[in-house]
Design a protein around this ligand. Structure first.
Ligand SMILES: Nc1nc2c(ncn2[C@@H]2O[C@H](COP(=O)(O)OP(=O)(O)OP(=O)(O)O)[C@@H](O)[C@H]2O)c(=O)[nH]1
Length: 327
């Protein structure tokens, strides 16, 4: 048969060989064989004029007159999202197919709805909706979105310590510094580096080294405020970003961390490994940038390293802040 489908219907309609009932049955069989919802309703009164078998299997036999009561849960007036008004132009002529997606309130499944105004048997324009169940696609879309979100989060977290990583630092901290400078609130950056970490690894093994890294971040977290941000920059180097905090207050926090480190040695058999760190602190000035703050904190840290390690240096004066100074 080389007919286009629309031509085929016209041929059937005009054919004298079949009765009108046979022609209607033919068309109804066709509409009822489709695995999509097809319904027709009046554009003004919302009265249901036709629902195919797929619709009746899904929403039941229509016991009510209007499409909104039939197709939606607890809906006793036209739906706020009804597309009827979009189907005719200003002159009252059909505007073509309007495609949209919707989660049905009766069965919670997602449908792609294709709505249009068509001529009905009696000459009026009515609403024809063809709705395809796209729930599986929607679920896949959601899974993809979740997986993307998870991958994005993981790309910003150090898997060993669960601290944020360097990438997260450069994404978040410049904005935090900008905010602090605008509001003229103090802002501190602290570089933390474990002392002789290579030796710890070499003598006690990599696993003890890993334990030392996770133990340090735990101790930092326990002592930090909720607004403080902790990052593992790589290896045994960490950065603390302290909002609304002066370098003297930073030194108090560092003191608590050092006390925590003394109280929680890493166990290796019968040996207690005491972990010490060097700390370099820089406080933002009005013209500070992330780069300048990092450079200053680094300078303070390495001044402490070269003087023998296990100490806290403020960039401001490069003097040692002794444990007892912060008590
Ligand atoms: N266990 C473990 N070791 C790591 C990890 N990442 C880096 N390291 C090791 O950390 C050590 C860092 O050593 P260095 O940078 O030389 O510093 P250090 O020995 O702490 O010396 P100072 O900082 O000068 O006191 C290297 O031996 C790295 O192999 C890790 O994820 N786990």
């Amino acid at each position: 048969m080389d007919h286009y489908p629309s031509q085929l219907f016209m041929d059937i309609a005009r054919c004298d060989e079949y009765s009108s009932e046979a022609k209607i049955e033919y068309l109804t069989t066709l509409l009822n064989s489709l695995d999509v919802l097809i319904y027709v309703s009046d554009l003004e009164t919302y009265e249901l004029l036709f629902v195919n078998d797929y619709g009746q299997k899904t929403w039941g036999k229509p016991q009510v007159k209007q499409c909104f009561e039939y197709l939606q849960a607890g809906q006793h007036q036209p739906c706020s999202f009804c597309t009827n008004k979009l189907l005719l132009d200003a002159e009252g002529k059909p505007k073509g197919v309007h495609v949209w997606e919707f989660q049905n309130t009766v069965n919670q499944r997602w449908y792609q709805c294709r709505d249009q105004a068509i001529h009905w048997i009696d000459g009026r324009y009515v609403r024809l909706e063809i709705a395809v169940d796209i729930t599986v696609n929607k679920e896949l879309e959601q899974k993809l979105r979740d997986a993307k979100q998870k991958a994005e989060t993981l790309a910003r977290i150090d898997p060993l310590t669960n601290a944020y990583n360097r990438r997260a630092f450069f994404e978040n901290v410049p904005r935090a510094l900008e905010g602090a400078l605008r509001k003229v609130t103090p802002f501190c950056l602290v570089m933390v580096d474990i002392d002789h970490f290579k030796q710890l690894n070499d003598v006690y093994g990599h696993n003890r080294g890993d334990e030392a890294l996770t133990s340090l971040i735990e101790i930092m977290k326990i002592n930090a405020r909720a607004s403080d941000l902790l990052y593992r920059f790589g290896g045994d180097e960490f950065v603390m970003v302290l909002l609304d905090c002066t370098d003297e207050q930073a030194a108090e926090l560092i003191h608590r961390i050092r006390v925590g480190l003394t109280a929680s040695p890493i166990r290796s058999g019968s040996t207690n490994i005491l972990l010490t760190c060097s700390f370099g602190v820089s406080q933002a000035r009005p013209d500070s940038t992330i780069e300048s703050l990092m450079h200053e904190a680094d300078e303070a840290l390495y001044a402490g390293k070269s003087e023998g390690r296990d100490r806290v240096k403020l960039y401001r004066n490069l003097k040692n802040v002794r444990l007892e100074d912060t008590l």
